[in-house]
Structure formats: structure tokens, C-alpha cells
Design a protein around this ligand. Structure first.
Ligand code: MLT
Ligand code: ZN
Length: 458
């Protein structure tokens, strides 16, 4: 459905001719994210340059009851950035400037379209980094991370996006701009709107500026270990954490994940359950913690334990880990990927891994399990031929079983990928009557329901 000419003209007035696109090829590019949901063609793709333009676009959309799906890189996995029907896409890609780095405050003020890895390349010159570490950091934008409360490889030690954002400038559905949060490291002033908006998937407001919290780049020591079974590797995670060491990263890959990475990146990692870990701190601390890590893994039955011998090997290990999702896609063209992103309290992690594999066996499915083991976050993925409806429903039953298990032990249906469209059916199960509070907040902030309608809530 095309836009009414008057709305089109009004959008052009706000963002200029080059800021509004209605060409089919462009609409197609923005009609999907990385999930397997059917694409939805937006009526226009709007690319603002300033916060004021974002606010004006929202005011206009509110007046015409036009759904708005804000979008960063579109690397979300749960349908979070699939356009809402009959709506427009608001792409923040042009707002991609690092406005200010405040090294002595360990902060940076950035626009939402800044790409995670690019920000860190710039910050590295000053010995700083923005920590969460999404696996898709080569494309993921800061705005997208805020929208989905992204976590990643370093969240175990440094926290997820929510723990690393101090202040947000936000455009609200009624077209006002507000500032939430403070640059102080602690505050008990009023409700914590920063934490509320982060992870709201563009359903409450749109971040137009973000003050992120930074850390000094530590010395790092990377190691990997192999185990007989994924469950044994998962148990070693608990033993490592019990020493009191908080690794910079502590990741699990099962043999299927390793096979995919080997095949696509041309590596020769042993195709066994693997823990990949990194110790962060001073040179003395990482030497000591590394040795302790080795001792604990060996006591937990590690078949092998090795430290990366140099920076190049370290880079390759992390590139391999980050490539799991894309490796799977490369190996299975024409497939739909049914994913889960549960997190459980750490004492249940080994059980969750076991549960995932036995559910896969019961459903006769091939499964990949990997994830951020140190913080109890387990990813699973099943590649199913897109036309095979029966296999698809078995894969969904697997995810449902794993989520039920996670919730039964006090965990969550989604640790870092968000609810989007894919996990909506678990929201009530996880939160019960608290969903009514979420609905009330949504209605208060977006009474006409224009902000990414149909995501998170119905
Ligand atoms: C990862 O940890 O690799 C990302 O969250 C993406 C994924 O789960 O596939
Ligand atoms: Zn992840």
C-alpha cells in the first residue's frame, strides 16, 4: 500500500527528498531482519539526519496513525525489526557520528547509527572500549543494541547494554524529545527510564543519542578447552565461576557449532565440546587466573587445554566464535532457522544443555548449542528446510520445551535477542500479570499504538 501523497510530501518536508525512499528495491531491502519471518514491505523508508527530524517524523506518524518500525542494521533474530504492516521504516543509519569521547569520565556520547565495532576501533586509540560484545558487532548499531538490550561475549564481566548506558535522548510517540538518565555513575533520582526504554524494541520511544559507559582495555589471555560432552563443559563453567574469577568471556560451543565454523572458516578446531575463555586484568592477574582456569578445567575432565599463543590466534578464536550464526546460514541455504536464547541460573546450565540435546533427540532434529555459558545464556539453532512444515513444528516444539525448562528453574525465554515476533507467545508465561503493567506503560507512552506495533505485546 503506498503512502497518501500528503503524508509523503510531509515526510519529504521533514527529512528532504533524499531522506524518503519508496522504490521497491529499497523497500525490499528493509522488509526483513535476520529472522526467518516472512518479509513485510514498508510503505516508505525514512532516513533522518537529526534527533529533531526523528521527533517530527513521529509526530506526523502519530497524527496519521502510521506504524513506525525503527531500525539499526536489521541484524535482529526474532523479527524485532520486521516492519509492522502498513507502516514505515525509520532507519537511523545516517545518524552515525561519535559526538564526544570523554576519556576521563569513561564515557562516550554517540548517535544511534554508530556501528559497535567501529566505535571500539575509535575508542581503542584512547585505550577504551564499550564492552557488551555482540557477536554481530561488525554490523550491529548502538541504537539496535539499545532497542534489544543486546548482550554478547563480554557481558559476563561487564554487563549487557542496559548496564553500560548512562543517558538516552529519546523521541517519544507524540513528537517530544526527552533526556533520561544522568552522566553520574549513580543516581536515585526518579524512575529509571533508561532501563525501561532499553530493550523496548522501539515500542516505547526511539533513542536519538546514547551516552555509553566505557572501560579501559585490559590485558587479555585467551584459552580453549575440550571436553567429552557438552554437559561436562557446562559443568566446568560453574567450577570456573566458583573460584571467584570473573572471566572477560566464557563461551560454550558444541561439536555441531565447531563443525560449522571449521567448514566455513577453513579451521581445524577439534570437533569436540569446547569452552572458549578469556581472562582480563593486569599482566599478573591474567597469568594467575589463566593458570587457575587451566587447573579447574583439567580437574573437571578437560581432554585438552591451550592458551592462544599470540594476538593472531586470539583474533582467530574469537572470529570463529562470532561466526557460528553465519556459518550455519552458509551451510544451510534455503533453510529456516529456529532459534532459542534462554538463560538460566548458573546451577541449571549443564541441565539446560542436556535438556536441549535430549529434546532434539526426541524430535529427531540436528541441533547446534552454543552461547555465553558464564552468564547462563544458551543459544540453540535448528536448520529446517523452509518448505518442511512438519519439521518446522518439531523444531518449534523443541524451543518450547527448552523455554518451559528455563522458566521452570527461574530463567528467561530470551536473554539478549528480545521478544520481537518469535517469542511473543512466551511473554505471559514468563511474566504473568506483570504483562498488564507492561501494557499500561505502552498505552501511556504510545496511546495510538504507532511504535513498532505487534512486537513484544499484541
Ligand atoms: C551469538 O551469540 O552468536 C549471537 O547471539 C547470535 C546467535 O545466537 O546466533
Ligand atoms: Zn549471543
Amino acid at each position: 500500500m503506498s503512502l497518501p501523497p500528503s503524508v509523503h510530501r510531509a515526510l519529504v518536508k521533514i527529512v528532504g527528498e533524499r531522506g524518503v525512499s519508496v522504490e521497491r528495491s529499497v523497500l525490499r531491502d528493509y522488509s526483513h531482519d535476520e529472522s526467518s519471518f516472512e518479509p513485510v514491505m514498508p510503505r516508505a523508508v525514512v532516513k533522518p539526519d537529526t534527533a529533531e527530524q526523528v521527533a517530527e517524523v513521529l509526530a506526523l506518524a502519530d497524527r496519521y496513525r502510521l506504524p513506525v518500525t525503527a531500525r539499526g542494521a536489521g541484524s535482529s533474530l526474532e523479527g524485532n525489526a520486521v516492519p509492522s504492516p502498513n507502516g514505515i521504516v525509520l532507519s537511523l543509519e545516517r545518524m552515525n557520528r561519535v559526538l564526544e569521547v570523554l576519556p576521563e569520565d569513561f564515557q562516550a556520547r554517540v548517535q544511534p547509527g554508530v556501528v559497535y565495532d567501529e566505535l571500539n576501533r575509535l575508542l581503542a586509540r584512547q585505550g577504551l572500549f564499550f564492552a557488551p560484545g555482540p557477536a554481530s558487532g561488525d554490523v550491529a548499531t548502538i541504537g539496535g543494541m539499545v532497542g534489544n538490550n543486546s548482550g554478547g561475549l563480554n557481558a559476563l564481566r561487564y554487563g549487557v547494554t542496559r548496564d553500560n548506558v548512562l543517558r538516552l535522548q529519546l523521541a517519544l510517540a507524540n513528537g517530544t524529545l526527552i533526556s533520561a538518565g544522568t552522566r553520574a555513575l549513580k543516581s536515585s533520582s526518579g524512575y529509571d527510564l533508561v532501563r525501561l526504554f532499553i530493550g523496548s524494541e522501539g515500542t516505547l520511544g526511539i533513542a536519538t543519542e546514547v551516552v555509553v559507559r566505557l572501560h579501559g582495555v585490559p590485558e587479555r589471555r585467551t584459552a580453549w578447552a575440550n571436553f567429552q560432552s557438552p554437559e561436562a563443559a557446562a559443568s566446568a563453567v560453574f567450577e570456573i565461576m566458583r573460584t571467584g574469577i570473573v572471566p572477560g568471556a566464557l563461551e560454550l560451543l558444541d561439536p555441531e557449532s565447531v563443525r560449522a565454523v571449521n567448514a566455513v572458516l577453513g579451521l581445524a578446531w577439534p570437533e569436540l565440546p569446547m569452552l572458549l575463555m578469556e581472562f582480563h586484568g593486569t599482566p599478573a592477574a591474567i597469568r594467575e587466573e589463566g593458570e587457575e582456569g587451566r587447573r579447574v578445567c583439567q580437574e573437571a575432565g578437560a581432554l585438552a587445554f591451550r592458551f592462544a599463543s599470540d594476538g593472531a590466534e586470539r583474533e582467530q578464536l574469537w572470529a570463529g566464535r562470532k561466526a557460528v550464526n553465519r556459518a550455519e546460514r552458509t551451510l544451510h541455504p534455503g533453510c529456516t532457522f529456529v532459534k532459542s536464547d534462554v538463560a538460566v541460573p548458573l546451577s541449571h546450565y549443564a541441565q539446560a544443555v542436556h535438556q536441549a540435546h535430549s529434546l532434539a533427540e526426541r524430535q529427531a532434529l540436528k541441533l547446534m548449542t552454543y552461547g555465553h555459558a558464564g552468564d547462563g545464556n544458551l543459544h540453540t539453532s535448528t536448520a529446517v528446510p523452509s518448505a518442511d512444515a512438519e519439521a518446522l513444528s518439531r523444531a518449534e516444539a523443541l524451543v518450547e520445551g527448552l523455554i518451559s525448562f528455563a522458566l521452570s528453574v527461574g530463567g528467561t525465554a530470551t536473554a539478549e535477542h528480545g521478544i520481537g515476533l518469535a517469542k511473543k507467545r512466551f511473554l505471559q508465561l514468563e511474566h504473568g500479570p506483570a504483562v498488564e503493567v507492561m501494557q499500561a506503560l505502552k498505552t501511556a507512552l504510545d496511546p495510538n499504538g504507532i511504535l513498532n506495533p505487534g512486537k513484544i505485546l499484541s
